[in-house]
Each structure stands twice: as C-alpha cells, then as structure tokens.
Design a protein around this ligand. Structure first.
Ligand code: FRU
Length: 471
C-alpha cells in the first residue's frame, strides 16, 4: 500500500470524509439543485448504525457535503435509517414551492439474538416505512410512520424495505422489496392519493424463485418502456454472471408495471459486471433525463475497498444517464456534465503510452477493430479477444483482492474509461456493458497504453471536482 493514503481521496465520486457509505438514497433535483443522500455509518468499522448523509450539487459533479440529514431518533428507526427515495411534490410546500418527500425504512432489530428466540427473518425485527419532508433540504419535518409489519400482506417475512416512490397518472406509487415466507424475493406495489395513506395494489413475483430477498426495488420508465430494477440476494454464482455476493439488475417489462404480477426471471440484465457495484437508484431530473447512481461497493469479503489505514470506505458511481437501446435494454453513460471537466486532449497512438500527472482521466477509444488491450499503469488490463471482454488485474497489491471479470460480447466497438484515483468505471459498446471497480495504484503518474486499432483514441485529464466538497 502506498504510504500516502490521501492519494486515494476521490475527485469525481461521492464518498464520505470518514466512515462507511452504502446505497444512494433520496436522489432528486429539487428547486434547481441535485440532492444525493446515502447510507452512512460514521462508527464504521466498530458499530453498524445507518443514517442518511447528504450531498448537494448544481452540476452532478461539484458536490458539497451538507452533513448528516436523518439520524435514528424515533423508536421505529432505532436500529437504522435504512434506504429509500425522494418524491418531489410540486407546489406542496407552505411557500407554494416544491416539497421534498423522503420515504425510507426504519430498521429495528431486537436485542437478544437467537438465545432470545429470534431468527431475524420471521421474528426479531421490524421494517417501518417512514415519511419525512423538507422544503429547503436543511430543515426536516417530524417523521410519520406510514406502514408497519402488521400492514404488509401476510405472505411477508419481516424483511420488507427500501421504498421507491413516484407519481404516475395523478397517483403515487411505492415499490418495496421483500422476502416471503417461502424464501422468495418479490416486490410489493402500493398506491396512494396523498402520499400518506397507502393501500396494496399488487405483488410482483418472478415465475421461478430468483433469490430469497429483493432489495432496493426501482422503476425506470423511458419512452413508454418500463424496467423493474431489483437487487436479488441468494443467486448462485455462475461462470460469467452473478459474480458478486448479491446481484443488481433489471427486468425489461413487456407491459406496464401496473399490469405486471409475474416476471420471466430469465430476462434479468445485470447493471454492471464490476467488483464494486450494488443498490443503484434512479431519478428523473428537470431536463427529463433518467439518471442512475449506484453504490460503488458491496458486502464481499474477498476484496477490499478500504485497505489498511484508510478511514473511509466505498463511494458512489458517477451519475449515469439511461437510454433505451434498439434491443430494449438500457444503456448507461456518464452524464454530459462530465465532459466539461476535461482538460487538454492527448491522442493515444496504438502501441504508445500517454502519461498523466494525476490519476484523474477520461479515456475514449472509438471505432475499435478486432482484438487488443488497454492497460493502465501495467496494473489493470481491459482486453477483448475470442468473444470475451476481460478486465484483469496484473498487480495484486493494486487489486486489493480482485482477480478478473469477463463478459461475453460479439465485438467491442468502443470503450470509455473514467479513472478517478481509486475508482474506475469502464463503459463498453456505448454503455451497453459497464464494469465498476476500485483499485489502489501506487505509481507517481498514470500511464495509459493501448494496442487496439481504432478510428480515434484520446485521453483527457479531468478536474478534481470534489476538491472543496468538505469546506
Ligand atoms: C442494500 C441494503 C438495503 C438497506 C440498506 C441498509 O445495500 O441492505 O436493503 O436498506 O442496505 O444499509
């Protein structure tokens, strides 16, 4: 490990100054500004109590840390302010402006453990759906408990969480992820006229069991297509898919979510093939873009995001715009604001290296023909050959436990790689496939080398947009 750990502080990816981060929460554009809340545990690694921390930005990259917004302070969320989403109610604030409505799960875990007779699936915990509002992103209302375990359909275990709320045709809807009594993951869909009184509308299952619990459900609606995103726990790893401890992806729905009760699990598409990705959330901004931000981390123990001495753990992905491809899947691409952070362009000639002084770079290869490899620091290799794209670490210290990942593809036509000190996002084929991974380079300068034949290959240094995030 490099002795100067401050070099791993990120310049584009949201991360806490100290402590642990997981799921993005409450993403929205509200009264002009972008708000990103996230699961935050300041007591990591000693204790595990989740709160919501809050970052704000006007351009999705120059974020400012606004401190901890929601803490555990009522009996119904005493073991954690778990994940949830934002719904911006137009004109509903006292001043006639928009009101931000934050829906989250209050987690309660009873003490006593198995000795007290709790298995923490059927007994020993509570999942309460709670609403908090704010008209300025600074002051928050009292917490209103909307749903308790006794309110959920009686097929549910006590694992029900992560409300995603949105408006459609004049009504509000809430998706919840759940585990049923037969250990099947599924979703609950609720409806409401006022965002306070909720009634069950449907239960959404896969045709065959697809994991025992679905976390962090999410709906993406673009050009009349509905996509239901979930994070299934309990899928068996396979050679080329489902490699992380828990998985994260979406089902392209053949019909509206309103008419969906049974899903073909074979249609599941993973969002990201990297080591460090889970629990993404999306929102629609004022310009109508569907934007995804994921947790660039996970619960895997074999690789680490906090090598010894680092006092912060994990980060969020850069915001990615979602669009629908001709084959009905979703394409992910860094929002266009990232391009404005680029400095002077360097050409990347085949077989030659470009060296940058800082580990902040945007690398783009267009019109790739045939096979080849793009190598960063002789430590990480991104290659395409024999119908497989491979992301492989060549240096174990830099990898911190990550060997290699592969995804099948017919051809590799383009690559974009965002390097941000200790985080890398790799977009292939116009964002059809994405790999997110942490790495811990030790060099003094980032060196980029490519053997691909391309129509164009460029490297731009990127601005450190988070330099003043904690001021
Ligand atoms: C997903 C998750 C959510 C939960 C939160 C707790 O990573 O387990 O289901 O609300 O994290 O931090």
């Amino acid at each position: 490990m490099h002795p100067d750990l401050s070099r791993y502080r990120l310049g584009l990816h949201i991360a806490p100054k100290e402590g642990w981060i997981n799921d993005p929460n409450g993403l929205c554009q509200f009264r002009g500004a972008y708000h990103a809340y996230f699961q935050y545990n300041p007591e990591w690694p000693e204790r595990d109590t989740k709160h919501w921390r809050h970052f704000v930005s006007t351009d999705l990259f120059h974020w400012h840390d606004e401190g901890t917004a929601l803490v555990t302070d009522i009996p119904e969320d005493r073991s954690g302010v778990y994940s949830g989403s934002a719904y911006v109610a137009p004109g509903m604030a006292p001043d006639g402006g928009d009101l931000m409505c934050l829906y989250y799960t209050g987690n309660v875990v009873y003490p006593g453990g198995q000795e007290a007779g709790y298995d923490y699936v059927h007994t020993g915990r509570e999942a309460n759906e709670i609403l908090v509002t704010t008209d300025n992103g600074v002051d928050y209302s009292m917490k209103h408990v909307l749903l308790r375990n006794s309110d959920y359909p009686n097929v549910c275990t006590e694992h029900v969480r992560d409300p995603k709320v949105w408006e459609q045709d004049g009504k509000l809807y809430m998706l919840l992820g759940a585990r049923d009594l037969d250990d099947e993951g599924f979703c609950l869909l609720y409806e409401s006229a006022d965002g306070v009184e909720w009634s069950i509308k449907s239960q959404i299952y896969s045709q065959e069991q697809f994991g025992y619990m679905w976390e962090c459900p999410n709906i993406v609606q673009i050009n009349g297509h509905d996509f239901l995103a979930v994070c299934p726990q309990g899928l068996e790893h396979e050679a080329l898919r489902w490699q992380n401890r828990w998985q994260s992806g979406y089902f392209p729905l053949p019909a509206s979510i309103m008419d969906t009760v049974l899903i073909d699990q074979e249609t599941f598409v993973e969002w990201d093939h990297g080591y460090d990705f889970y629990a993404p959330q999306t929102f629609v901004d004022d310009a109508g873009r569907s934007i995804l931000i994921g947790w660039m981390g996970g619960f895997d123990k074999e690789w680490t995001a906090a090598p010894h001495g680092l006092d912060w753990c994990h980060c969020l992905t850069v915001p990615r715009e979602l669009t629908v491809t001709a084959d009905g899947r979703l394409r992910q691409w860094p929002v266009a604001e990232l391009d404005t952070l680029r400095g002077e362009k360097h050409g990347l000639a085949q077989g030659e290296a470009v060296t940058l002084g800082a580990y902040l770079a945007d690398i783009e290869l267009k019109g790739i023909a045939g096979t080849g490899a793009l190598t960063l620091d002789d430590a990480l290799e991104i290659s395409f050959a024999d119908g497989l794209m491979t992301v492989r670490f060549l240096d174990e210290a830099v990898a911190a436990g990550r060997p290699q990942r592969q995804v099948p593809m017919d051809t590799l036509s383009d690559l974009r790689v965002i390097v941000d000190t200790s985080a890398i996002e790799i977009y292939a084929n116009d964002g059809a496939e994405v790999f997110s991974t942490r790495w811990f380079p030790e060099g003094d300068a980032l060196s980029v080398r490519s053997t691909f034949a391309t129509q164009a290959a460029s490297v731009w240094p990127l601005e450190n947009a988070l330099a003043n995030a904690f001021d």
